[in-house]
Design a protein around this ligand. Structure first.
Ligand code: KDO
Length: 334
């Protein structure tokens, strides 16, 4: 009887064993990659990560995005990664400057010239000590650079009420800027009176007139619907803004070399996809915003550039920049 039993069930047993050993990684065995950002789901960086990054790592990881700062407050994401409460974010140079002041060089007005310049700078050996420090001291890997766009000044007042051609024209203007020192410095350098505030509060603050304006690239002005509560955009292009795809080093170290290569390739592909979409949107959206009734014009750019650069020269922020670095960054420009 036992022999018959064994003979009868042997094929099932073998089949079960084959299944067990050849089965793809089960969902519960996959590494969960929680990504937190203040951006919305329709922001092109979010779209690129969801459409390009997520599927590219799906064999061994579950990409789980959290938008509108619903998981972690804006500015706390790096700390959350460092303490193991988060696996990914799209971090700004300004946030990194909170930990490592020298990162403020990448958050300085009129330093990066365009999206291609950002990529050259990020991939240049000049970035190696920056990446290493963040990895060693914060446990965060900076995988790739994402393009946010050219930041411009966006005000509630109409051009008739307030025309801004030079930094002096921004005197007394309450300009919302994100809440770190490097951001606030930039707001002051522009000539405005910067007010720190989280991104998710900006729409209401504009609507209720608790600030006069905000600064962001055109795709963000449209995505966050700031055009509904503002009347003009001054094309200052004061910051060609970026975010780094930040990834937990602890998680990275648990991946196989093949998985690490896949994560890196996926991050680069998502950054490239997002960059192209964001650039295209920047081109198209002037017409869209004019159609919505906003006045859009270029100020005296030379006056803005010179004023901003003069504020940084000799500042405490600039004192943290490695010697000769600004020249190296400039040399990678056009
Ligand atoms: C913002 O708060 O104005 C900012 O543009 C700062 C960026 O670094 C980035 O965090 C961005 O917000 C959010 O992703 C929302 O687009």
């Amino acid at each position: 009887m036992p022999r018959t039993f064994a003979r009868r069930f042997a094929p099932f047993l073998i089949f079960a064993l084959v299944l067990l050993f050849s089965a793809p990684v089960l969902a519960q065995d996959k590494v969960k990659l929680r990504m937190s950002t203040p951006a919305s789901a329709t922001d092109q960086r979010s779209v690129a990560l969801e459409e390009v990054f997520g599927p590219a790592v799906a064999e061994f990881a579950i990409y789980e995005p959290h938008y509108n700062s619903s998981l972690i407050a804006q500015g706390s994401e790096l700390e959350a990664i460092a303490s193991g409460d988060l696996e990914m974010s799209i971090a700004s140079a300004q946030e990194l400057a909170n930990f490592f002041p020298e990162f403020s060089i990448f958050a300085t007005g009129y330093v990066h010239q365009d999206a291609a310049h950002q990529v050259r700078v990020f991939n240049d050996p000049l970035m190696d000590p920056f990446k290493k420090k963040v990895e060693d001291e914060l446990g965060v890997k900076l995988l790739s650079v994402m393009y946010l766009g050219r930041r411009h000044v966006n005000l509630r007042q109409s051009k008739e009420e307030l025309t801004v051609m030079k930094p002096e024209d921004l005197a007394g203007v309450n300009l919302r800027m994100p809440g770190t020192d490097a951001w606030q410095f930039l707001g002051k350098a522009l000539g405005a009176n910067p007010t720190p505030m989280a991104f998710t509060e900006v729409y209401t603050a504009l609507q209720t007139a608790s600030v006069d304006g905000q600064d962001n690239p055109l795709p963000t002005v449209v995505d966050a619907k700031f055009y509904e509560v503002t009347k003009q955009i001054i094309l200052t292009s004061h910051l060609v803004d970026l975010n780094y795809i930040a990834f937990s080093k602890a998680v990275w170290d648990k991946l196989t070399p093949e998985q690490q290569a896949a994560v890196q390739a996926a991050a680069d592909a998502a950054a490239e996809s997002g960059r192209q979409k964001q650039l295209q949107k920047e081109e198209e959206l002037v017409a869209f915003l004019r159609d919505k009734g906003l006045e859009i014009y270029e100020p005296d750019l030379k006056a803005f550039r010179e004023h901003v650069q003069a504020q940084y020269a000799g500042s405490e922020l600039a004192a943290s920049w490695p010697e000769g670095l600004l020249e190296k960054i400039n040399a990678l420009g056009n």
